[in-house]
Design a protein around this ligand. Sequence first.
Ligand code: 7PM
Length: 256
Amino acid sequence: MIEVMGILNVTPDSFSDGGQHNQKEQAVAHALQMIEEGATIIDIGGESTRPGAASVDVQEELERVIPVVKELAKYNVKISIDTSEPEVIKQAVQAGAHIWNDVRALTRPHALETAAALNIPVVLMHMRGEPTTMNQLAYYNDVMQEVLRELKEKIKLALEAGVKADNIIVDPGFGFAKNTEQNIEILKQFEQLKVLGYPILAGLSRKRFVSEIADDRITGSVIGHLLCVQKGAQIIRVHDVKATVAALKMWKAVEK
Ligand code: 7PM
């Protein structure tokens, strides 16, 4: 079964007006709408991973994320946390979260041992450097081969630290240390990711390279995610759940 992961931003810039309570209410309402539209996972992110973004204070990230996790834990949905901080995922799991989505692939201090101890699914995403430096590191001779090699290294470190193979999910990291041409190459050769032998997550929702290719970023994202699913993705991380689910239904109707 293909799983649709709905993106829930709880960064201050993602709310129309201030106030902690109001922010939580808005975030929960948005999550419930995505669940109704067919999302089976909600990915909660309290750190802006925007290129050039300042890293968020851990305490602040906890204050944004934990109240929303507690509320969503009452519903029949898997909760994923987009964080690189062991302390954030630990507290989120206590509050009811199920999946660790780490764009830094367990590179922060104590991340590997925390992932092993929590014994939950972990998304290992490909990136180089940090969101602040990644654009200077977008140099490859063969982008897919290098992404595969670098993901294999992260998988090896995770397994050596005691993360169970059954808990590993891989992600090529569209838009992270990759320019438009390189993102297209990843999309073109997406099937190669299957050689790793783990479930694959793809996230290209509303990313800049999609707007550059398709002009309409929502249509471009829906089709981009469908291409990834056809090439082997099991989880897609999206903003536009309703349109994505419709596309998946069209595909499923004709799939052998
Ligand atoms: C600004 C720039 C805000 C970039 C948000 C982003 C991924 C992810 C993100 C992904 C996985 C976005 C990104 N992207 N987690 N978190 N895979 N696993 O566009 O591609 O959503 S944050």
